[in-house]
Ligand binder design. Structure first.
Ligand code: ZN
Ligand code: ZN
Length: 343
């Protein structure tokens, strides 16, 4: 299956690579540079003239062309992506600490800055483009074609900071007017978000499985460092949203193969021979719940579904009682985890 599809008057670019985005830029490439297939030269209305941009060889695109974003699409795209910022799927990417660069942040603060900046735009989201060709020193390799924007306009901001590398697709629709002028409209699609979730889930499962090889005491030592039970009983954590594989491994071991809600045995063993249970946060992480052993239980798939579909107050109370019973046992076994009290 080809990554890029050129179909008459539309060009579909699947899974924009990380180098095209400053959000997850590693090495090489420039945020905003998007690789296009060589067979799209005609699609882009190239004049074929070689020009120089910043000392680099480029192909001129017809000056009659117009390049634009569709604001409605862009706002919808941003709203879809927001969920991913909330659930922190994007934590796989680097975040920036600099306050002045807040829009670069892969968190809801960064998202908000970008969203508001696009929303405020009342004039058209048009930009200037050119096409760049890079030829490897090994001339037997085929040259690569990029499209990029001239100058410091909205294009760089949107492409470099709004798209999610590897998970965002770009559809470019070409409209030809009677006078031969072409308008290229860029549409962003967040269709790869399920993929993004799957990638993160896979990484989590792998890390959790490694942790399940440890003893429950070893796991407790790791999780208790993260939790600080103050004298008020309040729990503080350093990390939220980002599910900790040590916490999920611990709560599954703690459940000893039985569902924390119905008490029945896990329905089957996983590939490694561990009872299959699912981690559930009693207070949702998105609602400010902590990713700690005091807020997480291990449920059988049936109960987990039930909790999410018909989560009644009764069920929640039962889970909280279960957690309180565990906390009592943990306190007896390990004592207080509050280092302030110990000293
Ligand atoms: Zn159950
Ligand atoms: Zn759950």
């Amino acid at each position: 299956m080809s990554k890029n599809v050129l179909d008459g008057n539309s060009l579909y670019l699947r899974s924009i690579p990380a180098y095209a985005s400053n959000i997850a830029k590693t090495r090489g490439g420039l945020g905003g540079e998007i690789t296009v297939p060589p067979n799209s030269l005609e699609f882009w209305n190239c004049t074929g003239n070689q020009i120089e941009v910043d000392g680099k060889s480029c192909i001129e695109l017809s000056i009659d062309n117009k390049y634009t974003f569709d604001k409605k699409n862009l706002m919808e795209y941003m709203e879809m992506v927001h969920q991913e910022y909330i659930s922190n799927v994007l934590q796989v990417y680097e975040t920036y600490d600099r306050k002045s660069d807040s829009w670069k942040n892969v968190n809801s603060v960064g998202w908000e800055v970008r969203y508001q900046r696009i929303k405020k735009r009342t004039f058209k989201l048009d930009f200037d483009m050119y096409m760049k060709v890079t030829q490897d020193t090994d001339t037997s390799k085929a040259p690569r074609y990029y499209i990029s924007s001239k100058g410091d306009d909205e294009y760089n901001f949107i492409i470099a900071y709004c798209l999610i590398p590897n998970f965002t697709n770009i559809r470019i629709e070409k409209k030809k007017a009677r006078d031969g002028k072409c308008t290229f409209t860029f549409y962003l699609e967040a269709v790869g978000l399920d993929n993004a979730k799957a990638v993160v889930d896979m990484a989590h499962t792998k890390a959790e499985s490694k942790n399940l090889e440890k003893s429950i005491d070893e796991l407790y030592d790791s999780v208790s460092k993260k939790v600080k039970r103050g004298s008020s009983g309040k729990v503080t954590t350093t990390k939220i949203y980002d599910r900790d594989p040590v916490v999920s491994a611990y709560v599954k071991k703690r459940a000893e193969g039985k569902c924390d809600l119905c008490g029945k045995d896990a329905p089957f063993m996983d590939a490694k021979g561990n009872p299959y249970l699912e981690e559930h946060h009693v207070e949702r992480l998105a609602d400010g719940g902590d990713d700690t052993i005091d807020n997480a239980v291990a449920l059988c798939p049936n109960c987990h579904r039930q909790v999410h579909i018909v989560g009644t107050d009764e069920i929640k109370t039962a889970l909280i009682n279960r957690l309180m019973a565990y906390a009592e046992i943990e306190l007896k076994l390990h004592g207080s985890t509050d280092s302030d009290i110990e000293s």
